[in-house]
Design a protein around this ligand. Structure first.
Ligand SMILES: Nc1ncnc2c1ncn2[C@@H]1O[C@H](COP(=O)(O)OP(=O)(O)OP(=O)(O)O)[C@@H](O)[C@H]1O
Ligand SMILES: [Mg+2]
Length: 279
């Protein structure tokens, strides 16, 4: 009974972003995404998982229309945000509509201070200084480290502070959804946790939805509601985060933990089985 009610409630959740069977080609010939579909519900944290080169960044750039700069093109399928087609919008128009991407490698303007970096995130807004100032305060409340470093040149701050600055700058555009590419990259485990905790808090308190690309399956599945696993430009598995964490293949190939008891030699011989989704 209760489970049914919960299921109905989940079904009723509005779909914010829907990516429908998209194909992406670079340089007119290199087929990288071979029919990727995914959904981000309103208020969700959705993980896009997969190894090096699986197509995570390409998927995020296809959504935020940043592919053209890389000679990439969506050649099939459609992308809808709040029910409207976004394929033809510029990245700037998308920011105005509430979709902002935090790029892989935490791009900050190195020669600007942390505060000036954050302020650049508000460039599409027309609601005046007071509102922007208020949001700056909000960002500092979520990221106290940034308040401490507000006058420091971004290029001289730590990797973690730069990642926080990149997320903070995205927040300054008052987004509905943030596309977050590899936030854990190159950061110590404790900082990774700190950043994911803030993502969770932003999601719960500010209602920001996240589509986050991560190679760090373990941490992503602890914070996300739902995940998609990409391999070679295709979604090979998707499901609730808890179900993915329990999936034997995900454990074996992405979480680096296999069965608790030690395997016998005979088992080891048969150990290199194919993933179920390739069988
Ligand atoms: N501008 C480009 N031109 C040609 N091929 C590209 C381009 N950008 C990416 N690719 C190729 O597309 C594939 C997917 O790359 P993508 O960056 O989307 O993967 P990823 O899942 O984000 O990987 P990583 O975890 O290493 O960031 C790779 O084979 C990559 O070499
Ligand atoms: Mg990437």
């Amino acid at each position: 009974m209760e489970a049914n009610a919960a299921a109905t409630q989940a079904d009723a959740k509005k779909i914010l972003l829907s990516v429908n069977n998209i194909e992406v080609i670079y340089d007119h010939v290199i087929l990288v995404l071979k029919g990727v579909s995914l959904e981000v519900p309103e208020g969700g944290i959705i993980a896009l998982l997969g190894a090096n080169g699986a197509g995570k960044t390409t998927t995020l750039k296809a959504i935020s229309n940043l592919l053209r700069a890389e000679r990439g093109e969506v050649t099939k399928g459609s992308i809808l945000f709040e029910g409207g087609q976004v394929d033809r919008l510029t990245a700037n128009d998308l920011v105005k509509q509430g979709v902002v991407q935090v790029m892989e490698g935490r791009h900050c303007f190195e020669h600007l201070t942390i505060e000036d970096n954050l302020l650049t995130g508000a460039y599409t807004r027309k609601d005046g200084r007071a509102a922007i100032q208020q949001d700056l305060e909000m960002v500092y409340n979520y990221f106290p480290r940034l308040r401490e470093r507000r006058t420091s040149q971004a290029g001289y701050t730590s990797g973690g502070e730069q990642q926080m600055c990149a997320i903070g700058r995205a927040l300054m555009s008052r987004p509905t959804m943030i596309l977050l590419d590899e936030p854990s990259m190159g950061l110590a485990p404790q900082l990774v946790e700190e950043i994911f905790e803030i993502v969770k808090k932003l999601n719960e308190t500010e209602g920001v939805s996240f589509l986050l690309a991560e190679q760090n399956t373990n941490v992503a599945l602890r914070y996300a509601d739902y995940g998609y696993i990409l391999e070679n430009g295709r979604v090979v598995l998707d499901g609730e985060a808890a179900a993915l964490r329990d999936n034997e293949d995900v454990k074996e190939f992405y979480l680096g933990v296999s069965g608790s008891e030690r395997k016998s030699f005979r088992d080891v011989k048969h150990y290199k089985r194919r993933k179920r989704w390739l069988a």
